[in-house]
Design a protein around this ligand. Structure first.
Ligand code: PLP
Length: 456
């Protein structure tokens, strides 16, 4: 008998759905986020056995437990093997303190982990049901290349990325325009916000209803579940063979999707002593943890860890749901989560830009540890946790801080602070020689509507 896991909306006003329906819907009709009704728990034996497994094998166990009865085991195995074909380095820093580098994917950001899996799952279900999707997305740089790379080569999904020609670096542009096949890129002599507006207009245009437009939204449940895997992977490689070993993870956080992966890993049975949740100066969550009052920050503050400039993290709705509370998409708290339990599990800390820069300098000088601004926020947060909890600084305490992007993606900052240019990872090399292809369009909705209708 089939008995698939069901997913509810954090706003509690939408029907429960199976995984594949929640995946293709993205956001729930009541504007909430999908969450699994029950968290699957792995046995200690299962977790211990991961020591001998490759990353994609661990991924197939973890992701498979959320997709029970909605995907064939062998198909899932081939999808994860294909998605996770790159290294996940665990860099030793000192004692049992490590940095996990999630920057070896095709766009050198941790978003590859989620994007590549979500794309493959969507493509699989569309092929099964005979459907097609056209993904529309506007980018100011990195999201577009992550989505374009994650969906490259699929038969049932086409991607169109809109970018402002004057606001994207040539390296960022080339990461999108050198792909081809099902990936189409459209440049506009406009601002990022204008691109975003055109995309939104297209989504609500009945004239385009026949195109099956979708957004590969960052709050999709299909992006969250793959982000549980690397927590299990890190633990499998670094845990002590003998006896109990509880790990401290430090996660640089913006929209809180990365940290939600960790929290779910903990609920699945991973022995975690504490999650250090480090934000930049957008400190709405650290303030909430202290004062129990949630106030979103509007507009969000501009910090050098730019991918974390989020004044109202959408995944907080999921975190609070996990702790019995309810927060809606506007930032309104309908019921408070269990703050005592949250404080037991999480140490929240806000890191300033000055501290971020200092951390980059000190990590390099002291340990030859090369961090970019996001990873530096995480590493700084861990140092702060250790300072306030000296026993966590014990040489035997395992601590793992996440590095979410490759330093070569932030050459100006690294040059400023450390005085050299970081070396490009293989994935970003050779872009110069590749030929580019993209269309140019005026910033006008009629022209965009016409472009879509002729092209697709
Ligand atoms: C998106 C991003 C983050 C923030 O991750 P969230 O899941 O939104 O908290 C951190 N670092 C980098 C480099 C990112 O691109």
């Amino acid at each position: 008998m089939k008995n698939p896991l069901l997913y509810y909306s954090t706003n509690r006003q939408s029907p429960l759905l199976t995984f594949e329906k929640a995946l293709l819907k993205g956001q729930a009709p009541d504007r909430g986020l999908y969450m699994p009704e029950k968290i699957p728990v792995l046995t200690t034996d299962q977790i211990m056995a991961m020591r001998e497994m490759e990353y994609h094998e661990i991924a197939s166990i973890v992701i498979g437990s959320f997709l029970k009865d909605v995907i064939d085991c062998e198909i899932l195995k081939s999808l994860v093997r294909d998605a996770y074909n790159y290294e996940v380095p665990l860099q030793h820093v000192y004692d049992r303190k490590y940095v996990m580098r999630l920057d070896q994917g095709p766009t050198a950001s941790f978003k590859d982990f989620a994007g590549r899996m979500m794309g493959r799952l969507m493509n699989h279900y569309l092929a099964e049901q005979g459907g097609e999707l056209l993904i529309l997305t506007a980018t100011s740089g990195d999201t577009g290349s992550a989505i374009a790379n994650a969906f490259y080569g699929f038969e049932n999904i086409k991607v169109l990325v809109l970018f402002p020609t004057g606001e994207v670096t040539s390296r960022q542009r080339k990461q999108m325009t050198t792909l081809g096949r099902n990936i189409q890129i459209l440049g506009l002599d406009a601002k990022f916000d204008d691109c975003q507006t055109l995309v939104k207009q297209a989504f609500s245009d009945p004239d385009l209803a026949h195109l099956s437009l979708s957004s590969a939204n960052s709050i999709n449940i299909g992006r969250l579940i793959p982000q549980i895997v690397y927590y299990f992977y890190a633990y499998s490689r670094l845990r002590n063979v003998s006896g109990n070993d509880e790990v401290v993870f430090s996660v640089p956080s913006g929209n809180f999707g990365d940290m939600m992966g960790g929290m779910l890993a903990g609920k699945m049975g991973l022995p975690v002593r504490k999650f250090v949740i480090a934000t930049n100066e957008n400190d709405e969550f650290p303030v909430f943890m202290k004062e129990q009052i949630y106030r979103k920050i509007e507009p969000s503050k501009n910090c050098i860890s730019s991918a974390m400039n989020v004044g109202h993290p959408s995944n907080l709705a999921r975190l609070f749901a996990l702790y019995g509370g309810q927060l809606d998409e506007k930032g309104q708290m309908h019921s408070q989560p269990d703050i005592e339990q949250l404080r037991k599990d999480i140490f929240a800390v806000s890191v300033t830009d000055a501290e971020t820069k200092n951390t980059i300098k000190q990590a390099w000088d002291k340990y030859q540890l090369l961090l970019e601004p996001h990873g530096a926020v995480g590493w700084c947060g861990l140092q702060e946790f250790i300072e306030q909890n000296p026993d966590a600084g014990h040489p035997d305490q395992l601590c793992i801080s996440l590095e979410t992007a490759h330093p070569a993606k932030f050459p100006e900052q690294i040059r400023d602070i450390l005085g050299f240019d970081p070396e490009l990872p293989p994935s970003l090399k050779g872009l110069e020689e590749k030929s580019e292809q993209y269309d140019l369009l005026e910033n006008d909705y009629k022209a965009f509507n016409n472009y879509l209708k002729t092209k697709y």
